[in-house]
Design a protein around this ligand. Structure first.
Ligand code: C2E
Ligand code: MG
Ligand code: MG
Ligand code: MG
Length: 290
């Protein structure tokens, strides 16, 4: 690979240098330690009905509390987990935490129509244990069908269509709901909407951002919602930061919304207080924090 044109050589060099930079190698060493030392935890971002008054679910978002650097963002460490193959183990950890939370909250009165969503990355689609582990954990924590939701991006579906298809069938059989995350940012193929028949589409923040200023963008989002509803798919608007965006989404029939306007991702203790405030669990029982 050394015998390349000048331009390619530069690219090659540039790339390998990037991947072996001291900074990068350090993080890679640290992430192995992180798994052993259990430095990962979940934060929870609430999901609401479009009117903003009813909390109907939550998304689990992974956090890495690095001993020296503090909080490392998932944008930085998820790719590392994928490249090192650690994502399989950490992915199961996330599903177990989600199932454990569901069991704890149900003991505090959480209704069964509340959904708890977990993100799955492309690499996990080919993990042969993902399905059986999910099934085992749902049984162990007595999770009713429909409460656990897995979010997959459209990009990962296009990258791993065969694995995705098999996984979808398996997940459906054990009562796990499937959401397409960041909808609109990948290929947005109508073919996979037909073929995979997801339960939920999450419209990416970049589509929601301009809907107040631009009627064209508003119409596009309205059209996506109509299409989804025709296929009996529910829609979540992501990244809602302004009241004006919320109002428009409610008007065009968006089912659920998520964003800083209503709630940021929070550590479990604070999130449970929010659940109490919205009346989805009772307050004066024991904490469920692990
Ligand atoms: P995502 O699944 O699309 O999650 C939404 C991201 O947008 C989250 O970032 C969330 O904190 C952020 N967000 C939510 N509302 C707003 C808003 O109103 N404004 C803005 N500016 N941002 C908002 P976060 O937590 O940094 O996660 C980034 C991505 O990392 C996630 O995107 C997801 O793809 C991935 N990720 C997070 N946790 C996991 C995990 O457990 N497993 C896997 N495989 N991926 C994960
Ligand atoms: Mg997500
Ligand atoms: Mg998203
Ligand atoms: Mg995203």
């Amino acid at each position: 690979s050394a015998k390349r044109s000048g331009r390619n050589q530069w690219c090659y060099f540039h790339q390998s240098q990037d991947e072996s930079s001291p900074e990068r190698l350090r993080l890679e060493a640290d992430i192995h330690q992180a798994v052993k030392r259990q430095e990962f935890e979940l934060h929870y971002q609430a999901q609401f009905s479009a009117c903003g008054r009813r909390m109907n679910g939550t998304e689990c978002l992974l956090r890495w509390q690095h001993p020296e650097r503090g909080m490392v963002s998932p944008g930085e460490f998820i790719p590392l987990l994928e490249e090192t193959g650690l994502i399989a183990e950490v992915g199961i950890f996330v599903i177990e935490q989600a199932c454990r939370s569901i069991r704890g909250w149900r003991e505090q009165g959480l209704p069964e129509d509340f959904s708890v969503a977990v993100n799955i990355s492309a690499r996990q689609l080919s993990d042969e244990y993902l399905l059986s582990e999910t099934e085992r954990l749902m049984e162990a924590y007595d999770v009713p069908p429909g409460m656990l939701e897995l979010e997959l991006t459209e990009t990962s579906l296009m990258e791993e269509p065969t694995h995705a298809r098999r996984l979808f069938e398996g997940l459906r059989a054990i009562g796990v709901r499937i959401a397409i995350d960041d909808f609109g940012t990948g290929y947005s193929s109508l073919n996979y909407l037909r073929e995979f028949a997801p339960d939920i589409l999450k419209i990416d923040k970049s589509f929601v951002d301009p809907i107040v200023e631009s009627t064209r963008d508003r119409d596009l989002v309205a059209g996506i919602i109509q299409l989804a509803h025709t296929l009996r798919i529910k829609v979540v608007g992501e990244g809602i930061e302004e009241e004006a965006q919320r109002a428009i989404l409610e008007e065009v029939g968006c089912d659920w919304i998520q964003g800083y306007l209503l709630a940021r991702p929070q550590p479990i203790t604070e999130f449970e207080q929010l659940m109490v405030d919205y009346g989805v669990i009772q307050g004066d029982t024991v904490q469920t924090s692990p």
